[in-house]
Design a protein around this ligand. Structure first.
Ligand SMILES: Nc1ncnc2c1ncn2[C@@H]1O[C@H](COP(=O)(O)OP(=O)(O)OP(=O)(O)O)[C@@H](O)[C@H]1O
Ligand SMILES: [Mg+2]
Length: 409
């Protein structure tokens, strides 16, 4: 008989630091189908908001999803990814594939993205312990290295790492608390030949110069290694604890499947943003700038979970940009490249011409769009000086050179 797994979905309502039950999620993992129904008492709340504004509008109807393994978008976004799963599985003393989607949903903790939570019973209270303090970073980095090497990590340290590892993404990381805020600390990874935390820091700062909104970033020296700190935009500290804002990736906003790469598209995302009453024209132009910047710095890992939307005073809006890193390239070799999403008339081809080809879909007349691109290109062309000023080593700067070929060409 097909398995049927259940979780109670809780939500941190705007302004609240304690979650309330919103409904029941049933997953049929063998069929890849999920169902969700809101609880009657939740629907009676004046303050009720959808747990997923795209797939699960408020209402009494049971909704079903058969994409993304039966996970509704906001649920998938709140679930750990490759890295978080590695940590959770190590804690459970099993290989990551021994746990299923529902295990990962239920085992995720206070560091998960967004404002939803998953519990085994209505009585289950708030998760104990929050993300570790910044001062633990040295131990956490050591533990993350040991895990990647397949080594063992003591139970106390593993628990501490786990407390901060439910956010998504593949690279080793841990949410930490510093200066009354939560930050995603992104570590060097096993096998890195470049100093990625510093390169990401410099690239994000360059994106800011090109008119893109980014979260505050800092570099921390942890035993001689750089760790990138990215301030979390979905958490805000109050005297009562942390408030949590809803988070939806572009994958969820556009209702795409994680495996259906052909569907992923910037202009389509722009259309979806325009249709959703929440989008403002300046947001769609911001999306255009992010697409163009990904061409200029050759960030080919711009998949739809690397674009986010966060709930704020005016509903969901594009979140500050994150995870912008040049994909290494060899000078002169394979100068043509593709982004992860369609840009324009020539599909995923990463050229400025292609980026400009459908500019009206981004609310920009061709002349206006050309001006935006020219302005961004002029700023990005100075990437080398900028990288060096931010302490990127000569070797790493040289390695990044081929990635910026379109900015300087
Ligand atoms: N500043 C932020 N505030 C809140 N959530 C964030 C922030 N930055 C990233 N996230 C969330 O954390 C996830 C992981 O972050 P990020 O993409 O930087 O990690 P990564 O491991 O480099 O990812 P990838 O697997 O795409 O390489 C994102 O997909 C997003 O859901
Ligand atoms: Mg990412």
């Amino acid at each position: 008989m097909a398995r049927e797994l259940q979780a109670f979905v809780f939500i941190y309502l705007p302004g609240e630091t304690v979650a309330v039950p919103a409904g029941v999620f049933t997953l049929y993992p063998d069929d890849g189908i999920g169902r969700f129904s809101y609880g009657r008492r939740y629907l009676e709340r004046r303050t009720a908001v959808p747990v997923d504004p795209v797939a699960l509008p408020l209402g009494t109807r049971t909704r079903e999803v058969s994409t993304n393994g039966g996970l509704f978008g906001a649920f998938r976004d709140a679930s750990p990814d490759y890295w978080g799963r590695l940590v959770l599985a190590a804690d459970a003393k099993v290989p990551p594939e021994a746990l299923g989607e529902m295990d990962y949903l239920l085992r995720g903790n206070a560091s998960r993205a967004g404002n939803v939570d998953f519990r085994t019973s209505l009585e289950q209270g708030e998760a104990e312990g929050g993300p570790p303090a910044f001062r633990s970073l040295r131990d956490l980095v050591k533990a993350a290295f040991a895990l990647q090497e397949g080594g063992s990590v003591g139970p106390d340290l593993l628990r501490l790492l786990e407390q901060g590892s439910s956010v998504g993404g593949a690279r080793p990381k841990c949410t930490v608390e510093l200066d009354n805020a939560l930050w995603i600390a992104k570590f060097p990874a096993k096998g890195d030949v470049l100093n990625y935390p510093r390169i990401e820091h410099a690239t994000m700062a360059l994106a800011k110069r090109c008119g893109i909104a980014i979260p505050e970033t800092r570099l921390a020296d942890v035993g001689g290694r750089d760790v990138l700190l990215v301030k979390r935009f979905d958490r805000k500290k109050t005297a009562r604890g942390y408030l949590r804002s809803g988070f939806m990736s572009a994958l969820s906003i556009a209702d795409w499947d994680e495996l259906d790469r052909a569907a992923w598209s910037y202009p389509v995302l722009a259309d979806r943003m325009r249709l959703a009453t929440l989008a403002r024209p300046d947001q769609i132009r911001e999306l255009f700038r992010r697409m163009v910047f990904n061409v200029l710095c050759r960030n080919t890992d711009d998949h739809p979970r690397n674009h986010g939307f966060v709930h704020g005073a005016r509903g969901y809006a594009l979140s500050p940009a994150y995870d912008i890193v040049p994909t290494p390239a060899r000078p002169g070799v394979g100068t043509d490249f593709a982004l992860s999403m369609t840009l324009g008339a020539e599909g995923r081809a990463a050229t400025l011409k292609n980026a400009l080809s459908l500019s009206p879909r981004f609310g920009l007349e061709v002349r206006e769009a050309k001006k935006v691109v020219a302005g961004m290109k002029a700023k990005a062309a100075r990437w080398e000086k900028h990288f060096r000023a931010l302490g990127v080593s000569p070797a790493d700067t040289e390695a990044a050179g081929a990635s910026f070929a379109l900015a300087t060409g």
